[in-house]
Design a protein around this ligand. Sequence first.
Ligand code: FAD
Ligand code: NAP
Length: 339
Amino acid sequence: MAEIFENVSLRNLNTFGIESRARRFTRPKTKDELIAMLQQNPAAGLEKRVLGGGSNILITGDVDALVIRYDDVSMDVVRETDEHVWLRVGGGHNWHDLVVRCIETGLAGIENLSLIPGNVGAAPIQNIGAYGVELAEVFDSLEAVELSGGEVHAFSSEECGFGYRDSIFKNREKGRYLITDVVLRLNRKPDFRLDYGDIRSTLDAMGVEKLTIGAVSEAVCRIRRSKLPDPARLGNAGSYFKNPVITEKEFEKLRGKYPVMPGYPSGAGKVKIPAGWLIEKAGWKGRRIGETGTHEKQALVIVNYGMATGQEILDYSAGIAAEVESKFGITLTPEVNIW
Ligand code: FAD
Ligand code: NAP
């Protein structure tokens, strides 16, 4: 059974780099180890929390729980046709390493999701997305273990209730399961998505003559590196808030006042507004208060200059949300999971 440690520092296990201590901490490597640990219940009465790569959490104090970091990095092909390959991947596998592996073996579908930090088991939680692609498009199914008793459950795509940066695991079923395996249905023939942002111009600048999934991945990596802070150098958890989605009517009204406000059709009479634009116009881009700030190139990313506490970052984010609300009448909600 996986060893359980006490009073463990989480500083190097969250990309904000916040110091915090977990009362108990364990790293099972297999589903059997995880289930045995949950059923023998050595931490009875203690809340159980799942930690992946720690790239989408803000820890606001010590964690009075058993923190479980699932380390299964296995990967195997479960089915193949002329068009698709179904790959089962352990929840502890690093997401970007999986992308690289798929590119090396000619499997398309996740190249636009290059360089997203974190682990495969967390990818369905907010249906990770970037550069016009989201996980749901290649997702087949997942298996998850119920934290309360170790029971294994299977979920189809429909059952996961994927939405924009959302799934049942982020709301209705939050904290109930540990996702142990994800099955992706990847494509042998690429369906290139190049219309988002600077992908085409970056491919041109790279001098790409023959389009490949590797070239698209490289273009996405270059754009990301040029705009986003590397958590290894400057603590952050990516986009702090979700992009708000409002009605077309509300959008038109705001456009009357702010004619250059960007908005993207989001289905069913809704429009998605880039939260980074709202934050910038509210005057917070590049602002710094003590050890916390908003990144100079992307206002949606809150950064830890080194010694910020989780509470300071939370207070800073509340300041942003209050000013955006008062200026635009739009409520920002965190994308980051607050612990
Ligand atoms: P963690 O931060 O460890 O956990 C996030 C939440 O999921 C927590 O509530 C945790 O309890 C839960 N959880 C984690 N693993 C499991 C599991 N196996 N089973 C059940 N629950 C689990 N996100 C995007 O969608 N698109 C992007 O382009 C993107 N870019 C980013 C860029 C940077 C620089 C950073 C720092 C973050 C970015 N993110 C992005 C956010 C983040 O990387 C993703 O949400 C990622 O999927 C989080 O994975 P993780 O393993 O780090 O999860
Ligand atoms: P960006 O390209 O500057 O765009 C700003 C925002 O506008 C994005 O949030 C994006 O929404 C939206 N947008 C831009 N072009 C769009 C289009 N053609 N159609 C629909 N929506 C469009 O954003 P960025 O900060 O550099 O990030 C680039 C991509 O990486 C985005 O997809 C973003 O979601 C992703 N990313 C996510 C995180 C995270 O933590 N979640 C962190 C960094 C980057 P979408 O976000 O819906 O795409």
